[in-house]
Design a binder for this molecule. Structure first.
Ligand SMILES: [Zn+2]
Length: 160
C-alpha cells in the first residue's frame, strides 16, 4: 500500500523536475485518500521554505481545517530535512514514509533522528526505503543533467 502513495509522490516530484526544480514530491494521506499533493518549488518561488513536505502539510491542514494531522500519513520521495521534520512534529503526523535517504540533510535517519526524540512532545513512526531506487534514480539523473548543462555552458563560452 505504501508503494501506491509513494508513486503519487513520485508523480509530484516529476512535476518539480519539469519546472527545473530538484525532483522531490510529497502527498498526505488520510483514511486511504490523498488529501494533499505538493512538490519542491524552491527555485520557482525563491523561497527556502517551499519544500514538498512543508507545502503538502500546509495544504493538508487546510483540507482538514486543523493544524493537527493526527490521522494522516506523509509520503515523501526524499528523507525530510530539519525544517520539514519540525513541521512534522508541529503537525503531529504520526507516520512518515520516505523513499531515498539524504545523507547530507536528512534528519529522520541520516544525520539524526528528530522524529524519535523523547524530549519533544510528539514522535512519529518512520518507514524508509519505499521505492528507494526510483526516488534516488530521479535525483541522480537530475543532478547529472545539471552538471552536464554546466559543463556544456562552460565549453560553449568563447576562449581567450
Ligand atoms: Zn525539507
Amino acid at each position: 500500500m505504501h508503494e501506491v502513495y509513494m508513486r503519487a509522490a513520485i508523480e509530484e516530484a516529476k512535476k518539480a523536475e519539469a519546472l527545473g526544480e530538484v525532483p522531490i514530491g510529497a502527498v498526505v494521506v488520510k483514511d486511504g485518500k490523498i488529501i494533499s499533493r505538493a512538490h519542491n518549488l524552491r527555485e520557482t518561488s525563491q523561497n527556502p521554505t517551499t519544500h514538498a513536505e512543508l507545502l503538502a502539510i500546509q495544504a493538508a491542514s487546510e483540507a482538514v481545517g486543523s493544524f493537527r494531522l493526527e490521522d494522516c500519513t506523509l509520503y515523501v520521495t526524499l528523507e525530510p530535512c530539519v525544517m520539514c521534520s519540525g513541521a512534522i512534529i508541529m503537525s503531529r503526523v504520526p507516520l512518515v514514509v520516505y523513499g531515498a535517504p539524504d545523507p547530507k540533510g536528512g534528519t529522520v535517519d541520516s544525520l539524526m533522528n528528530l522524529l524519535d526524540e523523547p524530549r519533544f512532545n510528539h514522535r512519529a513512526e518512520v518507514v524508509s526505503g519505499v521505492l528507494q531506487e526510483e526516488c534516488s534514480a530521479m535525483l541522480k539523473a537530475f543532478f547529472k543533467n545539471l552538471r552536464l548543462k554546466a559543463k556544456q555552458k562552460k565549453n560553449s563560452q568563447p576562449g581567450p
